[in-house]
Every structure is written in structure tokens, then in C-alpha cells.
Design a protein. Structure first.
Ligand SMILES: O=C(O)c1cc(=O)[nH]c(=O)n1[C@@H]1O[C@H](COP(=O)(O)O)[C@@H](O)[C@H]1O
Length: 244
């Protein structure tokens, strides 16, 4: 996976209200980037048609709906999402072993039924907007964020999932606990020139690549930039410098 082209290792988060805005961004970015993340904000407005449009443009799609429900319901959701041809989807690790296992199994079965490549199913660990104080005092999980993330990552791996979404801060510990092949998808990425916004556990693109990230997810530093294409190019350059 680390041999993938650089442009396939950066997913742009299309957090927009309307399909037109999202497609305008894809058009603006052109062939600079071809991998996109569609999350709740856009998908709940447009439904699957946004995925059809992105696939028709030859783009890869990470469907980020963060499933978290009883195992049977999540298995059904994973089956439906797989039928939409996405290349990656996520569930909350906090849903537990059976939920994650059923999601992966349902996804593989749905892909096999049509002869399609099964999407990666990955687990959200602790959100990058959560700091230790929030996790301990509000959510009620004791200990360090890193310990909580590692526990979730090991659970996801035991459930047969392909990887996790986590902040770059926990990357080295995840690699040590789960091995090099376990996919790490890293949001909360902020180049030095961008604002943190609501993200708490952030890393620069270069630091995330240095720490061994498989894929980065970046939204506002690109989509809210005065020149999104230039912002994307600068980020790809920063990632590339680490790899060269
Ligand atoms: O699952 C995710 O993609 C995700 C997990 C997480 O812990 N933190 C996180 O920021 N994300 C998503 O990654 C994207 C980050 O966007 P920006 O903060 O604009 O770069 C958003 O679409 C979030 O929903």
C-alpha cells in the first residue's frame, strides 16, 4: 500500500452542503488529486448519486459514515455501502468486536456476489478532535488517548478489519501493536501554513508520512484555501519530500 502513487495516498474530504460545490472542487483539483472522502454532510444531502458522479470521473471514494449500531444493522449498512462501489468505508471501533466482524464479513460477501474488489473496512478509534481531558472527563474513558487508540486498533485487527482511522500522534504505537500492513488512515493533518480549526491532535503532512501513515485525509486546508489546487500541490510536495 505504501507503494501506491502519492495522489492515491491523499483523500480530500468533500465536506460540502451541495453536490455542485463538491463537484466544482473536484473539477478545480483536476488530475492533481483523484481520491475523495464523502462524509455525512454531503451524503445525507445527495445520497448515492454523488458516488456515481465521482466514480464516473474515475475517482476513488472513501465513504465516511462511521457506522455504529447493533451488529445486524451495521452488517446491513456495510452491505449497502459495498454495493455503491466505494473503495473504503468506516465503522466505530467502540461498536465492539462482533459489530466490526459482521461489517467486514457482510462487505466481503456483497463484493463477492458481484465479483467486485471488496472495499477496505476500517475502524475509527478516538476522533482527532478529542483530547485526553475530553476523553477522561466527558466520555469517561480513563488513561491516555494512546492506550485507548491501541486497544481499539487491536480489537479492530482481531475482528478482521483492514485498518484504523487515528491521529498521527498514535501512528508509531499502532504500527508496533498491529504491524506495518495494518492500514492507517490519518486525518487531523495541518500543514504549518493552515489553521487547526476544531482539530486537537494534529500533525503536518510531512510528520505523518515520516511516522509511516498509509493515507492522509485532508479537508479544509485544501477546500477552504484561496487556491485549492495550489494547496494540494504544496501538500503533495511535502509528502513526496519525505518519501524521496
Ligand atoms: O473518519 C474520519 O475521516 C475522521 C476521523 C477523525 O478522527 N477525525 C477526522 O477529522 N475525520 C474526518 O476527516 C476530515 C478532516 O477534515 P479537516 O479537518 O477539514 O481537514 C473530516 O471530514 C472529518 O470528518
Amino acid at each position: 500500500m505504501r507503494n501506491e502513487r502519492l495522489t492515491e495516498r491523499l483523500y480530500v474530504a468533500l465536506d460540502f452542503d451541495f453536490m455542485d460545490e463538491a463537484l466544482r472542487m473536484v473539477d478545480q483539483l483536476g488530475d492533481t488529486l483523484r481520491s475523495y472522502k464523502v462524509g455525512m454532510q454531503l451524503f445525507y444531502k445527495t445520497g448515492p448519486v454523488i458516488l456515481e458522479r465521482l466514480h464516473a470521473e474515475g475517482c476513488k471514494v472513501f465513504l465516511d459514515l462511521k457506522f455504529h449500531d447493533i451488529p445486524n444493522t451495521v452488517a446491513g449498512a456495510a452491505k449497502s455501502a459495498t454495493s455503491l462501489g466505494v473503495s473504503m468505508m468506516n465503522v466505530h471501533a467502540a461498536g465492539g468486536m462482533e459489530m466490526m466482524k459482521r461489517a467486514k464479513e457482510a462487505s466481503v460477501a456483497a463484493a463477492q456476489a458481484t465479483g467486485a474488489e471488496p472495499p477496505l473496512v476500517i475502524a475509527v478509534t478516538q476522533l482527532t478532535s478529542t483530547d485526553q481531558q475530553t476523553m477522561n472527563n466527558q466520555i469517561g474513558i480513563p488513561g491516555t488517548v494512546e492506550a485507548a487508540v491501541i486497544r481499539y486498533a487491536k480489537l479492530a485487527q482481531a475482528a478482521g478489519l483492514d485498518g484504523v482511522v487515528a491521529s498521527g500522534h498514535e501512528l508509531p504505537a499502532i504500527r508496533e501493536a498491529c504491524g506495518e500492513e495494518f492500514v492507517t488512515v490519518i486525518p487531523g493533518i495541518r500543514p504549518k501554513w493552515a489553521e487547526a480549526n476544531d482539530q486537537k491532535r494534529i500533525l503536518t503532512p510531512a510528520d505523518a508520512m515520516r511516522a509511516g501513515a498509509h493515507r492522509l485525509v485532508i479537508g479544509r486546508p485544501i477546500t477552504h484555501a484561496a487556491d485549492p489546487r495550489d494547496a494540494a500541490r504544496r501538500i503533495l510536495e511535502e509528502m513526496g519530500e519525505v518519501l524521496s
